[in-house]
Design a binder for this molecule. Structure first.
Ligand code: C5P
Length: 404
């Protein structure tokens, strides 16, 4: 079994003697099904040739921040978003220190700072450097911020010393990464998720739409994948990159979204409807561009299918989560909507200029049968991880009740 099937690993290599072992780490990750992008610090190339790593991973190694050719293909911010996880092996004492103070003076440290995904470090250094108070304090800081340390090992060192500071052996590092990525709360669960706006065509060039950016839905897709779910993201037109390890289906109209949802539904454990689906569409889509020959134009609209309502009404249905955007009385309207649509859970937001639609930040009131929790205003990426935790809690509770 390929335990890392389709997962995107950014493998950072810094300038330590254990850099030669990074080739084996890369090989094992690729063998386990991962897509591996190597990023080296400039000095790491003194220890190991980029061509070797390119041959093993099938991708050119990235090593400079200001490389016009690479930046044009996939800029460093895009690369930071591409990864499902960042693993730095070996991570030198100098690199730990630079990470601890948040330096971004080369490509790898910039990526670590710009990325929101899990960061794993496999330290490698002389035992005295590892024991040094400065390194101890850097490690403490990094761990307190959520960084995961793999090792180091204790034993014989390249310099002749014996003690802690050896990089863990490549199979141990690869296994630890598989365990961490495979141990998500939703591993093996299929989740279908809608996101973004829909466009309802009036004629070949015009449509009725809305302001949804898709940011919340895409952040949720990433958070679900990080918990090991098999994610199908059905998205209306948005300008966002697809999160790693997520299958994306692009649609335009509500009817196309409905078709894509129902096609994707078999074996789905959880359905999350985050899209801002247009409630109405024009009765007819004109074949030719509407001309401005008249003073007034009357459009006749017809109701769109309520995708979430239809999924929730199925006899064999997934766990259903809806969203509600309200401008007032959020809790009361959201609970009413949850009951009316028969949902396990609803996430409601108060729409204002600074929070909700089109913004990077949001706050949510999550309501389920017998409970509720307010998630405070914060970036949608962090909010998504908290919402996924709540969904997993309720889903686990429902599964436990069904099984007992
Ligand atoms: O009914 P209302 O639009 O207020 O409900 C919002 C929830 O229903 C959201 O989760 C939205 O994605 C979903 N919805 C849908 N199909 C529609 C309208 C809304 O799935 N036509």
């Amino acid at each position: 079994m390929q335990r890392l099937n389709g997962r995107r690993v950014l493998l950072g290599i810094t300038a330590g003697i254990a850099a030669y072992k990074a080739v084996e780490v890369a090989r094992l990750l690729v063998k386990d099904g991962a897509e591996v992008q190597v990023v080296m610090t400039p000095a790491a190339a003194s220890f190991i040739g980029p061509l070797t790593l390119q041959a093993v991973t099938g991708r050119p190694v990235r090593d400079t921040l200001f490389d016009p050719q690479h930046e044009a293909a996939m800029g460093h911010i895009e690369l930071a978003r591409w990864a499902d996880v960042i693993l730095v092996a070996p991570a030198t004492a100098d690199f730990l220190a630079r990470l601890a103070v948040g330096m971004a003076d080369d490509l790898l440290s910039t990526l670590c700072l710009a990325s929101t995904v899990r960061l794993l470090l496999a330290p490698s250094m002389n035992q005295a450097m590892w024991r040094n108070a400065a390194t101890r304090s850097n490690v403490e800081q990094l761990v307190s911020r959520g960084t995961t340390l793999l090792g180091p090992d204790d034993g014989e060192q390249a310099c002749g010393d014996t003690g802690p500071g050896r990089m863990l052996e490549p199979p141990v590092i690869a296994s630890a990464l598989c365990d961490l990525l495979g141990a998500g709360r939703l591993t093996g669960r299929r989740v279908v998720l809608t996101a973004g706006p829909t466009r309802e065509a009036l004629d070949p060039v015009r449509f009725l739409g809305n302001r949804s950016s898709g940011k919340m839905g895409f952040a949720l897709a990433q958070a679900l994948a990080a918990q090991g779910a098999e994610v199908v993201l059905i998205s209306g037109p948005v300008a966002l990159p697809t999160p790693g390890a997520v299958r994306r289906i692009d649609v335009e109209s509500a009817e196309q979204m409905r078709d894509a949802v129902f096609t994707s539904l078999p074996d789905t454990a959880i359905f999350i409807s985050c899209a801002a689906v247009a409630d109405f569409r024009p009765c007819e889509t004109r074949a030719k561009k509407i001309k401005k020959t008249q003073e007034n134009l009357t459009l006749e609209l017809v109701r769109n299918p309520d995708i979430l309502g239809e999924v929730s009404a199925l006899p064999r249905r997934p766990f259903c989560v809806g969203f509600a955007a309200e401008t007032e009385d959020v809790a009361a309207y959201a609970e009413q909507k949850r009951r009316a649509k028969g949902l396990e859970m609803i996430a409601a937001n108060q729409v204002s200029a600074s929070s909700g639609i089109e913004t990077d930040d949001n706050a949510l009131l999550v309501i389920w049968d017998g409970g509720r929790q307010a998630l405070s205003r914060q970036p949608k990426t962090r909010l998504a991880a908290q919402l996924v935790d709540l969904i997993a809690d309720r889903f686990d509770a429902q599964t436990a009740t069904k099984d007992s």
